[in-house]
Design a protein around this ligand. Structure first.
Ligand SMILES: Cc1cc2nc3c(=O)[nH]c(=O)nc-3n(C[C@H](O)[C@H](O)[C@H](O)COP(=O)(O)OP(=O)(O)OC[C@H]3O[C@@H](n4cnc5c(N)ncnc54)[C@H](O)[C@@H]3O)c2cc1C
Length: 366
């Protein structure tokens, strides 16, 4: 039987812990905190090793062990369909929100938050774990229960202190899953990157709490996440001739897109290709081969869609039905895509997905 000690050896010590918090979310009881995070940007640690039951569940649900991959592929019918690189999907769309606030503040077409709002209105969920924006490269997980919360979790830029202490670090990743523990009795939607959604699916396959209250998994495309400490911020500013404090908003699509907030810079938008960002990328992302969030109910990204539109892949029956209902209710509008436009989008997403698969293979080769 594997235990948290094996995770430390096989995942943390190799530097590939995603810090999704899946293990932390299910393991701790009210009486005992067995494992937990001590400070940001480091893997969880044993807080009370003597209370560890060595049940091996943390090992099984970790997105970096892939211990349950075969089983979840069966659950998601992937035995009948190719898992990689795109996974199974019913349909592909390019859509934007009809709500001007979600569209204005949204990362792309404001679709993710519009769908969450629609589900809240219909009382199909009573909350969603999302990531509130603190700064261009800094977010924290919150439970959104209404439109106001969701707008806080859109792409709005709030100021960050230009006087960064050595201790302050910024990243595009949010370890949202420990939030699950606090909302055990709610029907939740979770927005997550592929590693987070994978962990949830493993928990659901094993039937362990707190995954039972997750009604729907809204997955984001993800090529990689970025991490900045003080030295890296200075290097980034020099390399790309930008000032962190002037950044209004970032987006990750076919590359990293930065928009500036200063009046004179307002029109300035720069694109930085992923291959120039290797030093800023979280090392753990090298060990992930899922770009298109293949285990989500619905996957969302900007890739393949024009500016201010979101690409949507519906993957489960539940996901398909929600998108069709949102279109019918005129919460979202979609561009008409003929077969060749759909094929083009699919090819582009496949290309990014294959690049990610290759990157993982190379990472473990050398
Ligand atoms: C780290 C990261 C990497 C990405 N990489 C790519 C990529 O390579 N290519 C691509 O096409 N798209 C990528 N995306 C997805 C893309 O940036 C948009 O999130 C997606 O297109 C949805 O846009 P929207 O306007 O419909 O969403 P919105 O309506 O703006 O809603 C976005 C939702 O995502 C939540 N969120 C934001 N950041 C996080 C986070 N770190 N963890 C969990 N939830 C979060 C917000 O709280 C909000 O609920 C990435 C997203 C993230 C967060």
């Amino acid at each position: 039987m594997k235990s948290f000690s094996d995770l430390i050896k096989e995942v943390h010590q190799k530097g590939i812990c995603q810090q999704c918090g899946g293990c932390v979310s299910f393991c701790n009881s009210i009486e005992h905190e067995v494992i937990g995070f001590k400070g940001s940007n480091s893997p969880p640690v044993y807080l009370n090793k003597d209370k560890c039951l060595k049940c091996s569940l943390c090992y099984l649900i970790c997105p970096q062990t892939h211990a349950l991959e075969e089983e979840i592929n069966k659950t998601y019918n992937f035995s009948d369909f190719p898992t990689m690189p795109l996974g199974f999907f019913f349909n592909i769309y390019s859509c934007q929100s009809t709500d001007k606030d979600f569209l204005h503040f949204g990362t792309d077409g404001g679709i993710v938050n519009t769908i969450i709002h629609f589900l809240l209105e219909k009382e199909l969920i009573d909350g969603a774990i999302v990531a509130k924006t603190l700064g261009p490269f800094s977010r924290e997980a919150i439970i959104a229960e209404n439109k106001e919360d969701l707008i806080k979790a859109s792409g709005i830029k709030l100021d960050i202190s230009p006087q960064l202490e050595e201790i302050q670090r910024f990243h595009t990743y949010t370890n949202s899953l420990p939030k699950l523990n606090q909302y055990r009795f709610k029907k939740l939607a979770v927005v997550g990157t592929p590693c987070q959604i994978y962990t949830i699916r493993c928990m659901q396959n094993l039937g362990i709490m707190p995954s039972g209250n997750i009604e729907i998994c809204l997955g984001l495309f993800c090529y990689e996440n970025f991490f900045f400490d003080k030295a890296l911020i200075e290097k980034f500013e020099e390399d790309f001739n930008v000032k962190f404090e002037n950044i209004e908003k970032i987006n990750i699509k076919e590359d990293l897109i930065i928009r500036f907030k200063d009046k004179e810079l307002r029109k300035r938008i720069i694109h930085i290709p992923f291959n120039q960002l290797k030093e800023y990328m979280r090392v753990a992302c090298n060990a992930c081969n899922d770009f298109a969030n293949i285990y989500a109910d619905i996957s969302f990204g900007g890739l393949g869609s024009p500016d201010k539109y979101t690409t949507i892949l519906t993957r489960s029956e539940k996901g398909r039905s929600i998108i069709l209902k949102a279109i019918k209710a005129k919460k979202i509008r979609c561009t008409h895509l003929n077969i060749s436009a759909k094929e083009k989008m699919k090819d582009l997403i496949t290309q990014y997905s294959l690049n990610k698969v290759k990157r993982k293979e190379n990472f473990f080769k050398y």
